[in-house]
Each structure stands twice: as C-alpha cells, then as structure tokens.
Design a protein around this ligand. Sequence first.
Ligand code: AMP
Ligand code: MG
Length: 312
Amino acid sequence: MVGKKITEVRQADKAGVDYAVEVLRGGGLVAIPTETVYGLAARADCDPAIARIYAAKGRPSFNPLIVHVASVEQAMDFAEMDEAVVAFARKVWPGPVTLVLPRKADAKLAAAVTAGLGSVALRIPGHDIAREILMRLGIPLAAPSANASGFTSPTTPAHVLATLEDKVDLVLDAGPCERGVESTILKYLGEGQWQTLRAGPLAAPDGGSLASIGEQPHQIEAPGQMASHYSPGKPVRLAALSPEPGEFMIGFGEVAGDCTLSAAGDLDEAARQLYACLHLAAASAKPRVAIAPVPATGIGVAINDRLRRAAA
Ligand code: AMP
Ligand code: MG
C-alpha cells in the first residue's frame, strides 16, 4: 500500500542484533524479546523516541515506563540506591523483577519516562539478547509491553504485529518468551522493606525468602496499575468449569477448552501460555471468553492478577 510503513521482522542473530542497536541508537522503536514479554523499546534519554512509544501504544501519559539497564552500576546513574538496595538488586538481577526507587535529580532520562514522578522503575532483563543490546548501546531503554495500551501482552512476534503493525520500526524475533507474564514490581520503602506493586514471576535466586514476596496482597499505588488491562477485546468470564454457548473456552488442568493454559496443570507452563491463549480468544469468531480456575499460588498469583484485569 502506498505510504504505509512496513514493520520489519528480523531474526535475533548477529546481523539482526546489530541492526536493532543501530535503529535504537537513531531513536527508533524496536520490539525486543525479554524473558517476560516482548518490550517496545526506545532510548530512555530521548524525548521524541519516548513520545513515539506513548503514541504507538495509545498509552496515557500519566503511566510511567520501566527503564531497562545493562548493569547495577548503570542503574546507579538514575536511582538513589543504598547498600541494602544494591545488595538486593544484585540478588534479583538479571531477572523478572522491577525495582521502583527514588530518582536521582540529575538522571538523564526523558521526562515522560517517569511521568513526572520522583521515582524511577528499573530492571536488568534476564534475556541474553535484551542484555546484549543494552550493553552494546550503553544507553538505557524504556520498554513497556509491545502491544496497544489495554490489550493482551505479546509473547511472540506475531502478537506484537497484532496491534502494532506499522507503528514500530523493527521486531526482533527470538521466539516465544520463557516466563510469559510481566515482571514483579517492588517499591523500596527504605530500611530493607519492599512493597509489591505488581505480582510477577519473581524467581528467588537461591530458594530464599524472596519467593513469598509475589504472594503479598496486591497494592495499587503507582499510576498505571489500571483495573482494565490485558483485554482480548471481548467479555471474559473467570473460574468457568465449562463453556456457555458463544464462549471461547480457555482450559487449565482437568478443565478442557478450545485451548489450554496447561493440560498438566503446570503453573509455569500456564504463565508461558497465558497471553497466547488470550490472543487466540481475541482472534476467535466466538464473541465471549470463559477461563478455567487457576490456583493462586506461586506464579499463579500473577496469572490471576492478569486474568482479573483482562476480565475487568
Ligand atoms: P507496564 O505497563 O508493564 O509497562 O508497567 C509499568 C508499570 O510500572 C507502570 O504501570 C507503573 O505502575 C510502574 N512504574 C513504572 N515507573 C514507575 C515509577 N517511576 N514509579 C512508580 N511506578 C512505576
Ligand atoms: Mg503492558
């Protein structure tokens, strides 16, 4: 079509990564693989690039972005980090955990990244390709999920194209995401205390006490923890044991469906399959969606959080 911008999709091989770094350095938008979901990445220090993220997603400007960094040292350029925070960051990074910390007054970040807040959300992603890009670039990347605001998150390049085709310069294809749900977000309260702002995969690095953090009550404090999110664009009924007429059924365990989160009842598999099932439901001719109950333990807390908001 004349005048229509075509989104390129490239394999995340050496040439693909070289090209992604070049596009990002020039202020472009690249959908990059991470271990959680595909991120819509742009230079966090560049106002026009950040404006393009908000425009491409149709994201409200009061909803701040997570800043992805290559190292703890780089994180310290942007956030006040006391010894306890540095130690904690070294324990959970790289990994699916975002830390909300006091922003340094002289942090070189586009103002829109933090939506005018005195805090900044930081993470080192646990995905080799994402980290390689960050290291080669030497500049942090703001990267919300690579989907239109409010819609189901992407865990494959096809999911990215479903809502962002021709709004993004490049999609870097490294196959499906390993974790499948967004990072756990923890806010630092001082004196070694953390508050969970969003449930997520939160891998405890050594089976330590971190595993329980994702199970604390979900507190809505930061802007953007919106009730309606992740939606397949049609009504969703939760805790369904069988479909009613006109419902696309998403199963789990013994509850069968048009597709299943995990026939074996495995919660890690269910997290990986969650958004793929919601994308299938969105694309189905059936006007409504029903979803089997999923236990709210471990990563099931994050799955139930996303399902509740997909149904809101
Ligand atoms: P996402 O929609 O996955 O990009 O989630 C990003 C979320 O991180 C936002 O909706 C906020 O709730 C949270 N967040 C990002 N930056 C900040 C910040 N500076 N302060 C508090 N929360 C933040
Ligand atoms: Mg999102």
